[in-house]
Design a protein around this ligand. Structure first.
Ligand code: LMR
Length: 394
């Protein structure tokens, strides 16, 4: 049997991670995988996570199974964090998943189950694993224009024109905040226009929200997701705690199925539980339990929110410093978009050839489509990157 296996395409983010590891150069700079790093290059365990883990170790008396959808208290806490009171709780089905990717995968499976002919529209570009999983499941992919390489902002007219081609029952995958890989985001007026198109076409939104708190703040970053969820008949929301709680390896995510028809909730809820059972049975509990403890304890929550805010501000600071250094070197505002982008990533809008030259000649690793992880920078490496960008002629 095994002789029939063929090598599968490498994930470009993970391939870059190993290429970086193998590069012997001491001055190499990693702007690849989306993992937050502080100024010393460390991905810290957040203070509130450490405290919650300590408490859990002291208080937890069993490791017996919890429930197919995870602990309902986790679902409740996450729904509050993401949706606040935008949608009544009895209209939301929710299940814990192994990370945000698990939520995305379960969402696609639910789509396939409920609407086998649906096409899923993804932004061009989107997170590569979106299209990889859709392709693996055999779901038809359509793309909508999103990033304008000239302005390094959103090609909003192109986006709307493409979304208008969606048919009733198609799914439109949107990034709730901090668009990955571009860093370019819609403003509130544009979000409203997207909702109008969704309602005019009958297409269903699926929101991937993996960076709440990394862009403009915890509440601000959830605003678009809340607006969409409150103003369409149904939607899917895939959320990740990997980044904003810094618990990447704990695999902590949540999938929500929101329906304005309250009569639908029980079926949605049991379908999410069923899908978990088929794929991995019970979702991981450790990270979800820590998140629940933090969100339900005033002091822990305040400490977590403060640390997350410091992370957000440090990335904003890096963005601004890089934009001003490039302004100084080039004497132009060509790179001012870097300060306007939000979240962990920015897309430079340059060619794979120049990205390769940055790697080969300067030891700077970014994804081939010119996505940089801004958190991979620090005060020392910003001038080095800026000079390299100018040297290779981006
Ligand atoms: C990324 O985009 O780099 C992260 O979401 C990590 C991953 O799994 O790709």
């Amino acid at each position: 049997m095994f002789e029939h296996l063929t090598p599968q395409p490498a994930d470009k983010i993970l391939a870059l991670m190993s290429a970086f590891r193998e590069d012997p150069r001491g001055n190499k700079i990693d702007l690849g995988v989306g993992v937050y790093k502080d100024a010393t290059g460390l991905t810290p365990i957040m203070r509130a996570i450490k405290t919650a883990e300590h408490r859990l170790w002291e208080q937890q008396t069993t490791k017996a199974y919890v429930g197919l959808a995870g602990d309902p208290a986790y679902g409740d806490a996450m729904i509050k964090l993401i949706l606040a009171d935008a949608v009544a709780r009895d209209k939301i089905g929710a299940a814990a998943t192994p990370g945000g990717t698990g939520a995305v995968r379960q969402a696609f499976e639910l789509i396939q189950m409920a609407s086998p002919k649906a096409r899923v529209f993804v932004s061009n570009p989107t997170w590569p694993n979106h299209t990889a999983i859709l392709g693996y499941l055999g779901i038809e992919i359509a793309t909508y224009r999103y990033f304008d390489n000239e302005t390094c902002g959103v090609d909003f007219d192109g986006m709307i024109e493409d979304l208008k081609t969606a048919r009733k029952g198609d799914v439109i995958l949107l990034h709730g905040c901090c668009h990955n890989p571009t860093g370019a985001n819609l403003n509130p007026v544009e979000w409203q226009a997207v909702i109008d198109v969704l309602n005019a076409t009958g297409a269903i939104p699926m929101i991937d929200i993996a960076y709440q708190g990394f862009g403009d703040g915890l509440e601000q970053d959830a605003a678009a997701t809340r607006l969409v969820a409150a103003n369409v008949p149904e939607c899917l929301i895939a959320a990740s705690c990997s980044k904003n709680f810094g618990i990447y390896r704990e695999r902590t995510g949540l999938l929500m199925a929101v329906s304005q028809d309250a009569g639908q909730q029980a079926l949605n809820q049991s379908t999410l539980a069923y899908l978990n059972r088929q794929n991995y049975s019970f979702p991981p509990d450790h990270g979800a339990r820590l998140v629940t403890m933090i969100l339900n304890d005033d002091a822990l929550r305040a400490d977590w929110a403060a640390e997350l805010e410091a992370v957000r501000l440090s990335m904003l600071d890096l963005r601004q410093s890089l934009a001003s250094e490039l302004q100084r070197l080039t004497g132009s505002d060509r790179f001012s978009f870097l300060a306007q982008h939000r979240g962990m990533f920015s897309r430079l809008g340059t060619t794979p050839e120049l990205v390769e030259r940055l790697r080969a000649e300067h030891g700077i690793y970014m994804i081939g489509d010119s996505r940089m992880n801004i958190a991979g920078l620090n005060a020392e490496t910003i001038p080095i990157l800026a000079q390299a960008i100018v040297d290779v002629g981006v």
